[in-house]
Every structure is written in C-alpha cells, then in structure tokens.
Design a protein around this ligand. Structure first.
Ligand SMILES: [Zn+2]
Length: 138
C-alpha cells in the first residue's frame, strides 16, 4: 500500500504565471490589466477575457478586497488538507476587480463571515510557496 501524500501540491508554473508567483514571494499580489479595455483579471492568461486583446501588463494589488462567497470544507479532498479541517474556501474580489479563490484566515468561526465583508491581503507560506490569503478588516 502506498503512503498517503501529505504534502500540498505545488502550483504549476509556466511562462505566463511566473511573474504572479515571484511577486507573491516578494510580498506583492499581482494581476493582469488589459491595455485595450482596462479589464483586470486573475488567474494569468494570455488574452483579456473581456475583449480578447493580447496587450496587457502586470499590476500590484493594493491589498483591499471583499468577500463574495465561501464554503466550509468538512471533507479533505486531498490528504494534505486533512489536518486543517474544517477550513473555508472563499471567492474574494480585489478592489481592482479581479476575483480569486482563496481562504479567509485568522477567523475562529466561519459562522462570523459575511457576504461583502471587507478583507485585506495576507501572504502566507504554504510549503515553501507564498500564497495569497485574506483576513477580515476589523
Ligand atoms: Zn480587454
């Protein structure tokens, strides 16, 4: 019998998302903004999801965000997450517009979370990878 994998899988890096991961390692959450229409997005992709333009640039997020939705996981869908159950998985919208899937951390009870709640960025280390998470603004 093979031992259960208990290490969280590292993100798959490619030519497009390397700037994103390197920015996080240096303390900044970045997103792409279209040079043609101004739309901003995550995750990294080669064309603007609004106008399909291929001219864009990276920008750093200011760190403000709001909570769009969340669920609380009571089942580990990967063995590496079993020891942190229950935990939340949230859709967060940056003040600049892009949405990402993340976690709201430093919350004792997910029952206290609220739709549209103000959040701020916290970059945490996850097995050697800097990842963006969010915490409520008090
Ligand atoms: Zn565009």
């Amino acid at each position: 019998m093979q031992a259960a994998e208990t290490t969280i899988p590292a993100p798959q890096r490619d030519a497009l998302n390397t700037s994103y991961w390197e920015g996080l390692a240096q303390g900044s959450l970045s997103f792409q903004r279209c040079s043609a229409c101004g739309h901003a997005w995550l995750p990294a992709r080669g064309e603007c999801p609004a106008c399909l333009g291929d001219q864009w640039a990276w920008e750093n997020a200011g760190g403000g965000a709001q909570l769009i939705s969340w669920v609380v996981y009571h089942v580990a869908f990967h063995p590496a997450f079993a020891n942190r159950l229950p935990y939340n998985v949230a859709v967060v919208e940056l003040d600049e517009g892009p949405r990402l899937i993340s976690n709201v951390v430093r919350v004792a009870d997910a029952q206290t979370l609220k739709i549209d709640q103000r959040l701020k960025l916290v970059i945490e280390d996850e097995g050697g990878t800097a990842v963006p998470r969010f915490t409520p603004v008090r």
